[in-house]
Design a protein around this ligand. Structure first.
Ligand code: SF4
Ligand code: SF4
Length: 286
């Protein structure tokens, strides 16, 4: 084996290691807005700035999917509840059948038997439920929500059922499996209302994105195909491109992408990363 071959193998091994540590993912937002309106969610910020179409169609999703490299995980989460779009379950199946890892983050609002029929054989790489309580995410009819939960949980494996603020009813406690409370609420780069999550001061000096390892490869797509930096960008400050019109590779070469890269060591550049929990000083690992 000559030196060129050896270098090639080392390079491939390094790429594989980085991919494992900071996996690429695209969050799909299938509908605008999210009618759940959880207290800790900056829906108001999103509603004020988003101007595109409200619903992603299955056909649009399939065209986008053809452009996404297979190593990119497809996350059904984004800025709204996936099952509020009647075609989301078909999109999940399509992504899974085309060889992507697929994850699901859901409140189960809108989930029905028809969805189950479509997704029941998908092995989600991760699946988390966000369950209703008395403060943050409230549902008008707990029994109806529990029906959807039982339907889902009988057939689909989920990793955890989480709630973030407030208390669960005793009925919920007795019915839910693997439920736990998450006490901390992120500011989402200071997009969450200050009464819920006190704003962070601007980070100074050299910073690092501890989510993506400064690869900025965990992006969010809107129903109109626009792609934004990450799940913190509720005010839509950093548009990287549009997947209806461009390739996946193109938006990782965009001017905005390069600006974000530069901003990590140049504090004169204003980005949301300066206000994010996941970008503390590079010498302070969360
Ligand atoms: S937290 Fe999730 S379910 Fe709640 S309003 Fe926001 S997007 Fe919707
Ligand atoms: S806002 Fe936070 S999570 Fe998003 S890219 Fe910047 S540092 Fe990473």
């Amino acid at each position: 084996m000559n030196i060129i071959d050896k270098l090639y193998i080392v390079r491939r091994a390094l790429i594989a290691q980085i991919r494992n540590e900071f996996p690429s993912a695209l969050e799909i937002t299938t509908i605008f807005p999210c009618r759940n309106a959880c207290k800790f969610c900056p829906q108001d910020k999103w509603r004020n700035v988003y101007q595109g179409k409200h619903r992603l169609t299955y056909d649009e999703f399939c065209k986008v999917l053809e452009k996404i490299p297979k190593h990119v995980r497809i996350d059904f989460s984004g800025f709204s509840e996936p099952f509020l779009n009647r075609e989301s379950s078909l999109m999940m199946l399509r992504a899974y059948q085309s060889g992507h890892q697929v994850t699901l983050y859901t409140t189960l609002v809108g989930f029905r038997q028809e969805d189950l029929n479509i997704i029941k054989d998908i092995r989600f790489a991760a699946c988390q439920l966000h369950v209703p309580e008395d403060t943050n995410f409230k549902v008008p009819d707990e029994d109806k929500w529990l029906e959807a939960y039982k339907l889902f949980a009988r057939h689909v494996h989920y990793d955890a059922a989480l709630y973030y603020l407030g208390y669960l009813s005793s009925k919920m406690k007795s019915e839910l499996r693997n439920v736990r409370s998450i006490n901390s609420v992120l500011t989402r780069a200071n997009n969450v209302h200050p009464d819920i999550a006190p704003p962070l001061p601007r980070h100074k000096g050299v910073i690092k994105c501890w989510s993506s390892g400064n690869r900025f490869n965990q992006n969010v797509m809107m129903p109109n195909g626009d792609v934004y930096l990450c799940c913190m960008d509720w005010s839509l400050k950093h548009k990287l491109g549009n997947l209806f019109e461009q390739s996946y590779e193109e938006f990782h070469q965009s001017e905005e992408y390069h600006k974000i890269c530069r901003s990590m060591s140049d504090e004169s550049i204003e980005t949301i990363c300066r206000y994010c929990e996941r970008s503390r000083s590079r010498f302070y690992k969360l």
